[in-house]
Ligand binder design. Structure first.
Ligand SMILES: C[S@@+](CC[C@H](N)C(=O)[O-])C[C@H]1O[C@@H](n2cnc3c(N)ncnc32)[C@H](O)[C@@H]1O
Length: 233
């Protein structure tokens, strides 16, 4: 999918969610329904695709030898389109709860897309890099430990997060909705829970950045120091 195709495909009319799936948290219902559909048409520009590509290149520069990637909560796959360019031979997988976003994801050549909730997902074959971008902030805080475990266990080496940071957990009104956006020190909590994670690097993406503006979020790259390495016999 090139940038032009991304705009045309992503901004199309959403199809109905014919499956009518029910999820256990109100946040999952929210993203699987109309709000999630509307999010797609607000977030499909070529400028956003360019920014995603710059962001992913920056993060990948802190890693080495990535051959497989999993994104949890990938929406229409802007990060994966970027990764397809930056890591043309990598195996790419993604999980997405919104059916219309999932359909876009599944149409990206070389991406294996899974439709459903991260809260129910388990990665069968660990990947070199498992990451989230703007997703942990939308998970019900009571379920975060489950998602931390999924992220950690899905990774054979690196875990990356691009999320809003707050030193103490806070809830923020999100487009007029309560209980839909939560900020905290996600990376810090992950490293406390899994002490073998080493902080590789972190940074901030500012909305006034002249080249690759972002949404005032922080990014973190962590690496497992107790890695299982397959040695050929
Ligand atoms: C703010 S968007 C970010 C999309 C993408 N990561 C990016 O950076 O462009 C959040 C995405 O996470 C998805 N999502 C939220 N909760 C989810 C869950 N429990 N399981 C799977 N996907 C989820 C939403 O449907 C949406 O596509």
């Amino acid at each position: 999918m090139d940038f032009r195709a991304a705009r045309e495909v992503s901004c199309g009319q959403p199809a109905n969610n014919k499956e009518g799936l029910m999820y256990r948290t109100e946040q999952e219902q929210f993203w699987s329904g109309e709000f999630g559909d509307a999010y797609i048409s607000r977030n499909c520009s070529v400028e956003q695709q360019a920014a995603a590509t710059g962001r992913m290149a920056h993060i990948l520069a802190r890693t080495a030898d990535i051959r497989s990637v999993l994104e949890l909560g990938a929406n229409i796959g802007m990060n994966l389109v970027a990764l397809r360019t930056l890591l043309p031979r990598a195996r790419l997988e993604a999980v997405e709860i919104n059916e219309n976003a999932y359909r876009h994801l599944a149409s990206i050549p070389g991406v294996t897309a899974h439709h459903g909730s991260i809260l129910d997902y388990r990665q069968e074959t660990p990947v070199d890099l498992a990451f989230t971008a703007g997703v942990l902030i939308h998970i019900n805080p009571d379920e975060l430990s489950r998602v931390y475990a999924t992220l950690y266990e899905a990774s054979a080496r690196y875990v990356a997060l691009c999320e809003y940071y707050s030193p103490v957990p806070v809830e923020v009104l999100y487009r007029g909705h309560t209980a839909r956006l939560f900020k905290r020190d996600f990376a810090g909590e992950l490293m406390t829970r899994y002490p073998d994670l080493r902080l590789v690097d972190y940074g901030f993406v500012y909305h006034r950045d002249p080249v690759f503006p972002g949404d005032d979020f922080t990014w973190f790259v962590m690496e497992k120091t107790r890695r299982h390495i397959d040695v050929p016999t």
